[in-house]
Design a protein around this ligand. Structure first.
Ligand SMILES: [Zn+2]
Ligand SMILES: [Zn+2]
Length: 375
């Protein structure tokens, strides 16, 4: 794709992105100043925006692209409608692109929205020209999704669904509240532009701006600010290393409403088999990344060799203690579940568990202090 001339423009996409953006930037504020908006406009904007984005994050992304959980057909139907409302192509097409993105991340020839081709390309440029005509209808990497009746129904009726939601819903609200133009502008156009760009930021900004606590082998970043606008998808560095996890923000304090939605739905029986990465694996990845950063930094120092040895020794010790701790934790859980262990044995196990827990805590502390010096 490094030819001299760029592939031809896709005029339909250019028209949709450009006209919606101009309407949102010029006509939406102008109409607000001349006619005014009510509370209902704001509330329905938020509702429609959330519906669209959560259908993409929980449905298109974490359910269909990555299979991180299973969902009841009613929920899949809601996601399919919300995805068409978000106007980001069918779930089948979206997932196919996204699986290639993960498989060939940052590969400028294969990753459909490679961040290495710059902000504009990964944000929106990749959709404006015929970059992927050869593979456009190739869904061979989504054979599993082709068995999902709702996915195939949405794929077949994507255009009528997109029109019905994008024009029909705002129109209906306009009739109810007596302001057809206002609702078309706010719930139709403004919501679409916000929904589009907040999702596109995950391909552009989330590969440029933020930290890399788990891996620096690809451009993906963790970014708490971005997580707010993307319904939790801002923790993209974690996501690219553990893509089968239904969570992107793994800590309770990390803002990830998509995770909360999927989890809450499991209590209602609407989702099941939520997949999470074992804590040991997560902690190992994080320590490995910290070690690699620190090693790089100490190598520039005069006593680099010595420091590097110390770092590695501390790292090895942490690995041993981590493995020990998670192993005994498993034993404790199993003994509780099976309830076969004698009282005496269990109390011994508990003492050892507490000992290892304390050991690991001390080791973590000394590791973090050491790493902090060379981060
Ligand atoms: Zn990505
Ligand atoms: Zn993904």
């Amino acid at each position: 794709m490094s030819g001299l001339s760029k592939p031809p423009l896709i005029w339909l996409n250019v028209f949709i992105f450009l006209s919606s953006f101009l309407l949102a930037a010029v006509v939406v504020p102008w109409y607000g100043m001349t006619n005014g908006y009510g509370l209902e406009h704001g509330l329905w904007f938020l509702a429609a925006f959330s519906f669209c984005n959560l259908s993409i994050t929980a449905g298109y992304h974490r359910l269909w692209s990555h299979k991180t959980f299973e969902a009841h057909w009613s929920l899949r139907l809601i996601f399919a409608i919300g995805g068409a409302f978000a106007l980001q192509n069918s779930a089948l097409h979206w997932s196919s692109d996204h699986r290639i993105h993960h498989k060939h991340v940052d590969n400028n020839d294969k990753d459909p929205y490679s961040a290495k081709r710059g902000f504009w390309f990964s944000h929106i440029g990749w959709m404006l020209r015929e970059y992927n005509t050869n593979t456009y209808d190739d869904y061979s990497n989504c054979r599993d999704l082709q068995k999902d009746k709702i996915v195939m129904w949405q794929h077949k009726y994507y255009v009528p669904l997109a029109l019905a939601t994008n024009f029909g819903l705002p129109l209906l609200l306009g009739v109810i509240y007596g302001d057809v133009i206002g609702m078309l502008l706010v719930v139709g156009v403004l919501r679409l532009v916000f929904s589009h760009h907040s999702t596109f930021f995950i391909n552009s900004l989330a590969h440029i701006w933020g930290s890399q606590p788990y891996t620096d082998k690809n451009t993906a970043r963790d970014n708490a600010v971005l997580a707010v606008f993307t319904f939790g998808e801002g923790y993209h560095n974690y996501h690219h290393i553990f893509e089968n996890d239904y969570r992107n923000g793994i800590y309770w304090w990390q803002y990830d409403p998509t995770k909360w939605l999927i989890k809450s739905c499991s209590w209602l029986g609407l989702t099941k088999k939520l997949r999470v990465t074992p804590k040991l694996k997560i902690e190992k990845a994080k320590a490995k990344q910290a070690l690699s950063t620190a090693s790089r930094n100490v190598s520039k120092l005069p006593n680099g060799k010595l420091l590097n040895d110390a770092l590695n020794k501390e790292f090895e010790e942490l690995m041993v203690k981590l493995a020990d701790y998670y192993d005994i934790k498993k034993q404790v859980l199993e003994s509780k579940r099976a309830d076969l262990t004698q009282k005496y044995e269990r109390s011994v196990l508990k003492v050892r568990y507490q000992q290892m827990k304390d050991d690991l805590a001390a080791q973590r502390k000394s590791w973090e202090m050491l790493i902090a010096q060379y981060a």
